[in-house]
Design a binder for this molecule. Structure first.
Ligand code: SF4
Ligand code: ZN
Length: 734
């Protein structure tokens, strides 16, 4: 360990400790020790203190305890005479820095000075859960905390584009002499005014401006440490397990641009403690592998062309870059891009024209692999700003291809097209809406490139099934008039097939253990009538995924002997779950919240909770941040449900499970549904009304309360009584 690094980290920790302590004393004087503090929308108090120390900081007095503990971690600067290894003091300084930064930022929230306009600030639990799936399925291989600013705008743009291309999530933190990377990226066109106005939009393009000072790095680190609590199933205070978890499961690194001052060194030491190496573009002393660490922890790379590959090497981030011969970069990081009217060259479909995509299975001899046919006028014949009819028709043949895979392939069209930088796609089937930006158009984007991107992505991801793929891209009205009715017929037939599928009709369910990389004991069992709790995997998706990669996370589970058809329990499902949950779960009821429910990982779309006094269940979706009748907002509920445990009375579910005929069938089914946020109710809308009719309770839709009717259980009970909700007269749940 280099002495200058150790000395800088020690100085930095003293500095932030001193400032945070002063900040705290001022707050104590003004508000007194009982004043509550905390961050918005988290169940983990001050998450770093919670994870590492088990502390539940709720008041200024609690914060004082954290600061007292922090003080004990501070060291003296290594002196010339002292001949000891510097590592422990440096690492203590790192942890002390994180704890002090966290208290300081919580105080900023108390006084309302954060989040600053144009910066994201604290990252909520909800965002962690929403990203959960992208983290585990590889769409997002890692995070970069960019601290400081590049020497100039072009370099900032170049570095961040290199990260985006690899789908690495970029956090922007701190400044160098008042210059921030955020402002550089705004000037360079990577960020726009809309993102500055609402920094949450940064998640869509994988670039999030977090805060303009170094201390803001705590927002990223106390977000990362929650992964250990949320997905890893570790308990607050298990500091060693939590740090091991971030080291093993979260592929993050710090990228220091510009001068590294004392506080940056100290914060970097904290990041290193979590297993995140730091790479700088200035000649700082390096820390190389030793007995303590398995990879370099502090590295410099002065060449900006090399810095991103270097980061990836050092942290061992697994990235797959798709090299496709089109004039714009293609990567998942561009998926969330929105193209505004002013930036648009041309529009396809949408409100002013027709557009569709349609995937059809064909016999082997009907398809010529790699053939891309473009018919109709190309983009360069269209007037700027105009809208046109458009169609994409994919014909797929393969020995393992099945008709059931058509919709799964078709759904990917949306994602794949959006990967192209400057090319936008929304909707699906015959409701598609596409835009091409002026930038992409000027770079040379034309109709054939839709075909190139789709062909490459399908072969890449579904090569084992799609032996042959041929693609027609058309703006020709005659051809569109010919294909569109056929496509619509196929859409309808498919809907009927899936809607008609019952759990009883199949011998085999599928497992999903994708989330085990985060929640090691979690197993989803996915049946035709119960989709995965993340909402992203249906039975057909799992079936296709299994065919595509037979040793992957989706395995067939032959149901075997039925132990209880009402609760949804099967002998083989139990055995499978036992084996794959590391022998922690012995019995699972697919259709029950109350008895042996399925485990929950952390990325559930919704949580159900029993309301004993009302003899029914409420459900809350993760987008809803208000209070619920069970006395907890989503974030608090989620804190007690996740981690791969069974928690009777609570259950993580996918949104659309509510519409299933097997929805909590074992607990009495849909008539038990007593409360849900209005947004969810509206979204389920007519389909939910239909289901209520089918269940023989046609008035139920209107009897289900929302936050407009009740936010606590007493008011809820009054409301349910006044509307005569059926749950009140059902068999008691307990
Ligand atoms: Fe995770 Fe279950 Fe979704 Fe699979 S189905 S990704 S295990 S939540
Ligand atoms: Zn999950």
């Amino acid at each position: 360990m280099s002495k200058p690094v150790a000395a800088a980290a020690v100085r930095g920790s003293h500095d932030i400790y001193g400032r945070a302590e002063k900040h705290l004393q001022e707050a104590l004087e003004q508000h007194g020790p009982d004043q509550e503090i905390g961050f918005p929308e988290t169940a983990f108090y001050l998450p770093m203190a919670n994870a590492l120390l088990g502390a539940e900081v709720k008041t200024l007095a609690d914060a004082q305890e954290i600061m007292d503990y922090t003080k004990d971690l501070l060291h003296e600067e290594p002196s010339d005479e002292l001949w000891l290894p510097y590592l422990p003091s440096t690492l203590d300084s790192g942890i002390a820095t994180l704890l002090a930064e966290e208290v300081d930022k919580a105080l900023c929230y108390l006084e309302g000075s954060e989040p600053l306009e144009g910066w994201h600030g604290f990252i909520s639990d909800t965002i962690l859960r929403t990203l959960g799936i992208q983290l585990v399925d590889g769409r997002m291989p890692g995070f970069a905390a960019v601290v400081g600013a590049a020497p100039d705008v072009d370099t900032a743009v170049q570095v961040v584009r290199e990260l985006q291309k690899r789908n690495i999530l970029v956090f922007l933190i701190g400044n160098v002499d008042g210059i921030t990377a955020r402002d550089q990226l705004l000037e360079g066109g990577v960020l726009n005014d809309a993102i500055i106005a609402d920094p949450k939009q940064g998640w869509d393009i994988y670039v999030v401006p977090v805060g303009p000072d170094t201390e803001s790095i705590i927002y990223v680190l106390n977000w990362a440490i929650r992964g250990a609590l949320t997905f890893g199933g570790h308990k607050a205070g298990e500091w060693r397990e939590c740090l091991d978890y971030t080291r093993a499961h979260i592929f993050a690194f710090g990228l220091g641009l510009g001068e590294i001052d004392d506080l940056k060194f100290a914060s970097g030491a904290g990041a290193i403690e979590m297993g995140f190496p730091v790479i700088a573009d200035t000649p700082i002393p390096e820390i190389r592998p030793s007995g303590v660490c398995t990879y370099e922890e502090l590295v410099h790379e002065l060449d900006h062309d090399q810095i991103v590959p270097r980061c990836i090497d050092v942290r061992g981030v697994k990235v797959t870059v798709t090299d496709i011969d089109v004039p714009v970069p293609v990567a998942a990081a561009f998926e969330g891009e929105v193209i505004r009217r002013d930036d648009m060259q041309v529009e396809l479909g949408g409100r002013h024209a027709k557009a569709f995509e349609y995937v059809a299975m064909r016999d082997m001899d009907e398809v010529e692999d790699g053939k891309i046919m473009v018919t109709g006028p190309d983009l360069d014949t269209f007037e700027q700003g105009s809208a046109h009819d458009f169609g994409i028709f994919l014909e797929v043949a393969g020995r393992k291809m099945q008709e059931d895979f058509e919709p799964i392939f078709e759904r990917r069209v949306h994602e794949y097209i959006n990967y192209a930088h400057g090319v936008f796609h929304m909707g699906q089937r015959d409701l598609a809406w596409l835009r091409v930006s002026k930038e992409a158009y000027e770079a040379g984007w034309r109709l054939e490139h839709y075909g190139n991107v789709l062909y490459a992505q399908f072969k890449n991801e579904f090569g084992a099934i799609a032996d042959k793929v041929q693609i027609t891209v058309t703006t020709d009205p005659d051809l569109i008039a010919e294909i569109l009715p056929r496509a619509r017929e196929a859409y309808h037939a498919r809907d009927m097939r899936i809607a008609g599928m019952r759990d009883e009709d199949v011998d085999t369910f599928y497992s999903c253990t994708l989330c085990q990389s985060y929640a090691p004991n979690h197993v989803c069992i996915v049946s035709p009538e119960r989709l995965g709790l993340c909402g992203a995997y249906s039975w057909l998706d799992c079936k296709a995924a299994y065919e595509i990669s037979p040793t992957g996370p989706n395995q067939p589970v032959e149901k075997g002997e039925c132990i209880d058809p009402v609760m949804g329990q099967w002998k083989n499902v139990n055995e499978f779950t036992y084996q794959y949950s590391n022998r922690s779960i012995e019995k699972v009821n697919l259709y029950s919240v109350m008895v042996n429910p399925m485990t929950s990982c952390g990325c559930f779309e919704c949580i159900m909770a029993v309301i004993p006094e009302a003899n029914g269940f409420m459900i809350v979706n993760r987008e809803y941040s208000g209070m619920t009748p069970c006395g907890m907002p989503f974030s608090t509920l989620a804190g007690s449900v996740g981690g791969g445990h069974q928690t009777p009375g609570f259950l993580g579910v996918g949104r659309r499970y509510v519409l299933s005929r097997k929805f909590i069938y074992g607990d009495g089914g849909l008539p038990r549904m007593i409360w849900m946020p209005k947004e969810l109710k509206d979204d389920l809308g007519d389909e939910l009304r239909e289901r209520c009719k089918e269940e023989g309770v046609p008035d139920l839709y209107d009897q289900i309360a929302t936050e407009e009717d009740a936010e606590d259980s007493a008011t809820l009970l009054e409301y349910l009584t006044s509307v005569g909700h059926p749950a009140l007269t059902m068999d008691p749940l307990f």
